[in-house]
Ligand binder design. Structure first.
Ligand SMILES: NC(=O)c1ccc[n+]([C@@H]2O[C@H](COP(=O)([O-])OP(=O)(O)OC[C@H]3O[C@@H](n4cnc5c(N)ncnc54)[C@H](O)[C@@H]3O)[C@@H](O)[C@H]2O)c1
Length: 377
């Protein structure tokens, strides 16, 4: 019988769990044995008893490592050295360096972020989308909490307040969810994106569209392309001229495989009024969309603009985020497990997308190319 193990997350601030009790019960029904590390779900308010009631067994971390065929995580665990030859690890963002180590240790690594997103049969497995939705929602709540005014227009005996003006930059999955959430809270919302298709998406939410001059930025696979240095400079200048009227700015712009583009430059920050709140969902140690943003930190500029660097907001809505991730995992496992056994089939389009290492090799072409480039330089 195949055993699926759920590890407690090890990353700082990570409150999600890869499998919920509902997910455990789904896997049990497929004749899989589910082992859950004690306390794995507690930060997301899924207690050990709920897993046991769903048919899973509670176990120590050592037992989970020793007895599982497949290990489930949100982020790769800190102690990957505990994995054993022949095991499979499913997680988000298995980077090329770790892939090399896992290949050497003969672990099969499956990275959910590499899922081909345009395949309709893979949509239920799309963890980037499910987690971006959560992050986009929470970005608005974080902004609203830091903002010194109301988001909606309120008419009270003490007078009428004007609604907050919210600008969402980057209208992909997270951005569209931010737009929808800010509109539900009653703000006046404007969206902006370089992709032409995103303009129609913004308009369909009822939000206003910020149109800036410049060439279309649509790249491959429905993603944005990396703009040239001149295009980026022009975009920054246009944004600087347009940004001053907004009370809240939420940025979500990413370009696959690249550092996030800097969109709100120091000049644009200067155009913002005191009290403005900027939430940068792209904030990372490699930089973000906003000049001066820092990952997992809130900075108030001397001018009184609050910059919230929020690279992992999905982890702060752990119950909803884990529930969605767990469903993604169950859908993907449904595809990876055949006749009750974990089966790698690289001829399958979905598997070829997500399986990074197998049989001692880095099998994912993109990851292999990145490693070869690194090894040559
Ligand atoms: N099942 C599906 O077909 C499916 C699922 C998920 C996403 N998608 C599509 O994939 C695409 C990317 O979605 P995502 O949310 O993962 O994107 P993402 O996280 O890569 O980027 C977020 C947004 O930032 C925008 N952006 C990048 N550079 C920018 C710049 N310089 N200025 C302004 N905006 C910039 C992108 O266009 C994108 O809309 C979208 O077209 C989305 O609809 C399709």
């Amino acid at each position: 019988m195949t055993t699926v193990g759920v590890l407690r997350e090890t990353a700082a601030g990570e409150r999600r769990v890869a499998l919920t009790p509902d997910g455990a019960s789904r896997l049990e029904k497929q004749n899989l044995r589910v082992l859950v590390e004690t306390g794995a779900g507690e930060q997301a308010w899924f207690d050990d008893a709920a897993y046991t009631a769903a048919g899973a067994a509670a176990a120590t971390r050592d037992q989970v490592y020793a007895e599982s065929d497949v290990l489930l995580c949100v982020s790769p665990p800190a102690d990957t050295g505990s994995l054993q030859e022949g095991q499979a690890l499913l997680a988000l963002r298995i980077d090329p360096g770790l892939a090399r180590q896992l290949a050497d240790a003969k672990i099969t690594a499956v990275s959910l972020d590499l899922l081909p997103r345009t395949l309709s049969r893979a949509q239920a497995m799309d963890a980037l989308t499910s987690q971006a939705n959560v992050a986009g929602y929470k970005a608005v709540l974080v902004a609203a909490a830091a903002y010194a005014g109301y988001l909606p227009m309120l008419m009270t005996a003490a007078g009428t307040t004007r609604p907050a003006q919210v600008l969402v930059i980057g209208a992909g999955v997270a951005g569209l969810q931010s737009i929808a959430t800010a509109r539900r809270l009653g703000a006046m919302v404007t969206g902006y994106d370089v992709r032409q298709a995103a303009v129609a998406d913004i308009a369909s939410t009822g939000a206003a569209v910020l149109e800036l001059p410049g060439p279309a930025g649509t790249g491959e696979g429905g993603y944005a392309r990396r703009l040239t240095a001149d295009e980026t400079a022009a975009q920054q200048r246009s944004l600087s001229a347009a940004i001053g009227r907004f009370d809240i700015v939420i940025t979500t712009a990413q370009v696959p495989g690249r550092r996030p583009p800097l969109l709100v430059s120091a000049e644009a920050m200067d155009a913002l009024r005191p009290g403005t709140v900027v939430v940068d969902l792209a904030a990372s140690e490699h930089g973000g969309n906003v000049a001066g943003s820092q990952p997992d930190a809130t900075v108030v500029t001397p001018k009184g603009v609050t910059i919230i660097g929020a690279g992992n907001l999905a982890a702060t809505v752990p119950q909803a985020a884990s529930t969605a991730y767990s469903r993604n995992i169950c859908a993907l496992l449904g595809h990876l497990i055949r006749d009750e056994a974990f089966t790698v089939d690289l001829a399958d389009e979905i598997q070829a997308g997500v399986v990074v290492t197998h049989d001692g090799q880095v099998v994912h072409p993109q990851v292999r190319a990145t490693l070869e480039k690194e090894e040559q330089s």
